[in-house]
Design a protein around this ligand. Structure first.
Ligand code: GUN
Ligand code: ZN
Length: 475
């Protein structure tokens, strides 16, 4: 695994890490604002003052502009942009995917990125769009892989990215990631996903990113190309994405759109500004609408809110409450909920990565029934060996008289040894009335436990769990 990356804290597949570059160390997850060398709505020094720790720009645009190219080669990328922190450069691959062809050879644009001392260089991959034929996805992937191997042989002093393509074929994504793993790349962008995010296909996004992560293993830093809306940061980070790039802060501002972590508003349709960043403190909606600086101010707000969300994601990883954040964020849009549920289906995978102990688990919706902690307990409950008379009860004050063992019952876990009541995850805060998913999972676990201990005699005392009771339909 790349030695430029160190993982400090983990939650789900997400992590707080340290990425070391020639221009310093950045803590991840990190958001790289996109700098367009031609139209700098917010200058790089201003971006730094707003809290950006790392930038991304496009080496193809610089190289195509005679004046910029000469300056970049003479004084280096960092002096050109007046930013001394880490800067990643893209290769023009995205222009390739939008315009069909570009005017530079793969090795030329790679050599140019090394020459201008970019901190992370991206070879010219082929961003295959979603839903193309499998033949096309596979053959473009082959060409991307050829270029990546060629790039490795021509590696300079900077870090080198190995983009993972494969369209909407998870098996191709996993194979692509597996092919690149251990080859010597430093950062792994998941590419070709902008069209998915633009059309809110978060369920497909989860399939693709999870497949890439599985092929790659958990130790390498991953960049999600084109993920710039704060609404997706928590979900993407939970899957183990470490770097995001935002052109959205500026693009949305130009269209008069105000970003929030729950979605986007059109500024003209707003009445209040539900944010306390300096822009929203200094202006009300009308002032912002009518300001000659409107686009720039809106871009600043958009960036503030995006960087704030990154910090929230980091705090939640640190605390072990990223799932709880997802519960909230993924209720901003039904397609986000689809993505979250898709992630819930991958709990087995998350369970293998997740740290085992963290802050008290909060059961917030039926999605919590597929949390990795719950899945983990389900897979281990059969290890409890019991004999004699066993009472399973949800009344924690009940007397043990006449029983050899008392197990407490708490959905979604089901039965667990009473002496573990104060330990994670059984100390979970759960609603007074369990929903059906939670009770179903708890009963499934109960059945497993009973089946695994055929010689023990079980008695169940659980509210609502009687014929005609609240949970009659799942009995
Ligand atoms: N920007 C957005 N998507 C992509 C991608 O797939 N590859 C590269 N190189 N840049 C991108
Ligand atoms: Zn604001």
């Amino acid at each position: 695994m790349p030695d430029c990356f160190e993982i400090l804290h983990k939650d789900l597949a997400g992590r707080i890490g340290k990425l070391s570059t020639a221009h310093g160390i950045v803590e991840t997850p990190a958001l790289m604002p996109v700098v367009n060398p031609h139209l700098q709505l917010i200058s790089p020094p201003e971006l730094r003052d707003l809290g950006a720790t790392m930038l991304i720009t496009n080496s193809y645009i610089i190289r195509q502009d005679e004046a910029l190219r000469v300056q970049a080669l003479e004084k280096g990328l960092h002096n050109l942009l007046d930013f001394q922190g880490p800067i990643m450069t893209d290769s023009g691959a995205f222009q390739l995917s939008v315009y069909g062809n570009i005017d530079v050879l793969p090795l030329e644009i790679l050599a140019f990125q090394f020459a201008i001392q970019s901190d992370i260089c991206v070879p010219l991959d082929i961003p295959t769009p979603p839903d193309v034929t499998r033949e096309r996805a596979a053959s473009e992937l082959k060409e991307t892989e050829r270029r990546l191997e060629e790039a490795l042989k021509n590696k300079g002093a900077s870090l080198l990215a190995g983009p993972i393509q494969g369209s909407t074929y998870p098996d191709l994504r996993e194979a692509a990631a597996h092919f690149l793993r251990d080859k010597g790349f430093d950062v792994y962008p998941v590419g070709g996903v902008v069209p998915l995010m633009e059309t809110y296909r978060f369920s497909d996004l989860v399939d693709i990113v999870a497949a890439a992560k599985k092929g790659l293993g958990s130790g390498a830093p991953v960049h999600l190309f084109g993920a710039g809306h704060p609404m997706v940061f928590a979900l993407a980070a939970a899957m183990g994405c470490d770097l995001f790039d935002s052109a959205a802060y500026a693009l949305y501002a130009r269209e008069g759109r105000y970003l929030t972590s729950r979605g986007t508003w059109r500024l003209e349709e707003m009445r209040y500004l539900p944010c306390s960043c300096p822009v929203c403190q200094d202006h009300d909606q009308e002032e912002l609408m009518n300001s000659p600086e409107r686009v720039k101010l809106l871009a600043k707000h958009n960036l503030y809110i995006s960087l704030q969300e990154i910090n929230l994601v980091k705090q939640c990883i640190r605390e072990g409450s990223l799932w709880e954040l997802l519960e909230t964020r993924c209720r901003s849009h039904p397609r986000m909920l689809d993505g979250f549920r898709k992630l819930g289906e991958k709990s087995q995978w998350l369970e293998g990565l997740d740290t085992t102990s963290k802050s008290t688990l909060f059961y917030l919706s039926s999605e919590s029934a597929s949390r990795p902690e719950v899945v983990r307990y389900s897979s281990r409950i059969e290890r409890l060996t019991l004999s004699g008379d066993i009472l399973i009860t949800d009344d924690t004050k009940t007397s043990a008289d006449g029983f050899d063992t008392v197990l407490h019952f708490k959905p979604p876990f089901g039965p667990y040894p009473a002496e573990l009541a104060e330990t994670y995850p059984f100390n979970a805060e759960v609603p007074a009335k369990a929903d059906l998913s939670s009770m179903e999972r708890a009963l499934l676990n109960t059945k497993r436990l009973i089946d695994a201990n055929p010689s023990a005699r079980f008695s169940l005392r659980i509210k609502g769990l009687t014929p005609g009771g609240e949970y009659d339909q799942i009995l």
